[in-house]
Design a protein around this ligand. Structure first.
Ligand code: PEP
Length: 251
């Protein structure tokens, strides 16, 4: 039985005081929602403070990226140990904005996923095709490439700690979400790939979130599909009301 997971990706939004305010609001509004796993991913600068606010709550802390090296001369980067010491449990890896603007590749995603797992953290590995790729009928080929190469060499026991986020790039921040049928079609395909790479039992335990213009009024329909195990939420995670309603609509 896979527990629904709703994660909020705050991206490059919220100063430290703004982050603390939002985290406090969420802690209050979401105190009675333990059936859903809730994760919030503030920017690096706010992680520690938000971690303190949500310490005794049912909300978990996540980061938006990480570097795979343990430490050293990597100016501007943040390590897995640093994220752990700030209270993180989850780390988003391979978000399409990182792939598009910051030269993230399947190779770097793979290194990051392995480093995160080694540190005892849980990666949320993002995959998904862009609009041109979908229009050309290449969506499944692209997602297969992301899945196979991002997860390469991750052993069975670690794979249970991985969450996949299927995020079609054309749905991110556009207001146009994938329909429940489009989401289910790809999630089912991803689970099939995991069955080939691992086995049916393990593939049945890995959670696959959908991401792309998730709102309070479409989440219920999306998670009604058998292979959609929650959502990675961008824009709608920045307001306490909308994020709370997304979580509550999963109950
Ligand atoms: C995201 O960036 O992960 C995302 C899903 O954004 P939005 O919900 O705004 O489409």
């Amino acid at each position: 039985m896979r527990k629904i997971i709703i994660a909020g990706n705050w991206k490059m939004n919220k100063t430290i005081p703004e982050s603390i305010e939002l985290a406090n609001l969420l802690k209050r509004s979401l105190y009675d929602t333990s059936e859903v796993e809730i994760v919030i991913c503030p920017p690096f600068t706010s992680l520690s403070d938000v971690g303190e606010v949500i310490m005794d709550s049912n909300i978990k802390l996540g980061a938006q990226d990480v570097h795979w090296e343990k430490e050293g001369a990597f100016t501007g980067e943040v390590s897995c140990a640093m994220l752990k010491s700030a209270g993180c449990v989850y780390v988003i890896i391979g978000h399409s904005e990182r792939r598009q603007y910051f030269t993230e590749t399947n190779g770097t995603v793979n290194k990051k996923a392995k480093a995160v797992l080694k540190e005892g953290l849980r990666p949320i590995v993002c995959v998904g095709e862009n609009l041109e790729e979908r229009k050309k009928g290449r969506a499944f080929e692209i997602v297969k490439d992301h899945i196979v190469n991002s997860l390469s060499g991750i052993p069975n026991e670690d794979m249970l700690k991985v969450t996949i986020a299927y995020e079609p790039v054309w749905a991110i921040g556009t207001g146009v979400n994938a329909t429940k049928d489009e989401a289910e079609e790809m999630h089912k395909y991803i689970r099939g790939l995991l069955t080939e790479m691992y086995d049916k039992e393990l593939a049945g335990e890995v959670r696959i979130q959908y991401g792309g213009s998730v709102k309070p009024d479409n989440i219920r329909e999306l998670i009604s599909e058998p292979d959609v195990d929650g959502a990675l939420v961008g824009g709608a995670s920045l307001k306490a009301d909308s994020f709370t309603d997304i979580v509550k609509n999963c109950l």
